[in-house]
Design a protein. Structure first.
Length: 186
């Protein structure tokens, strides 16, 4: 029995470092498709109806002509009940990131000074996760933070989205995405 446990431990130890070590941005390149649900922010609060399901597509690819990456993601959220979908709200976002001198940290090329009303955003690769954070201030001194954790899984990617407004979590969404083929570009 000890020999079996030792053998299992050695196999795990031999494969774990490749999975647990910090990844490179290239490991995230690809197209990911799937769905998830907006979670209740306050578990004790009464339900306002069924949680909204969301479908999502994430494309991560190398930046052209420089060291960095481009991420494009779209989210489709149904309007109405899940059984009776009459309309959908579709949003698409696009960000380009440039590598910094710090390993695994990237700066959004459009980042500005939050104290002058411009959003600032950065990305960080750590372990199996690509985190993207955006901070923005409003004219009255309040702030908004959006935080995406995109974690690689054996079949694709898990996404955890959190929106914070003035220190209060106002929205969280969890998605499970499968890796798919890149779309054809013309």
């Amino acid at each position: 029995m000890r020999a079996i446990m030792l053998a299992v431990g050695l196999v795990f130890a031999a494969t774990a470092p490749a999975w647990a070590a910090d990844r490179k941005i290239e490991d995230f390149y690809g197209r990911y498709l799937g769905q998830g649900t907006e979670m209740r922010v306050d578990p004790g609060a009464p339900l306002r109806g069924a949680p909204h399901k969301r479908m999502s597509e994430v494309i991560i690819e190398p930046a052209k002509g420089e060291e960095g990456f481009i991420i494009t993601w779209s989210t489709l959220r149904s309007k109405g009940t899940n059984e009776n979908v009459a309309e959908a709200d579709v949003k698409t976002y696009h960000q380009s990131f440039r590598a910094t001198t710090a390993p695994g940290i990237f700066n959004d090329i459009t980042s500005g000074d939050p104290l002058r009303g411009a959003a600032t955003s950065w990305a960080h690769v750590h372990d199996n996760t690509l985190s993207i954070v955006m901070v923005q201030l409003d004219p009255e001194g309040g702030y908004f933070v959006t935080h995406y954790d995109r974690t690689l899984t054996p079949k694709g990617m898990d996404v955890q989205f959190t929106r914070i407004e003035n220190s209060k979590i106002v929205r969280t969404v969890q998605l499970k995405l499968a890796k798919g083929d890149m779309p054809q570009r013309h």
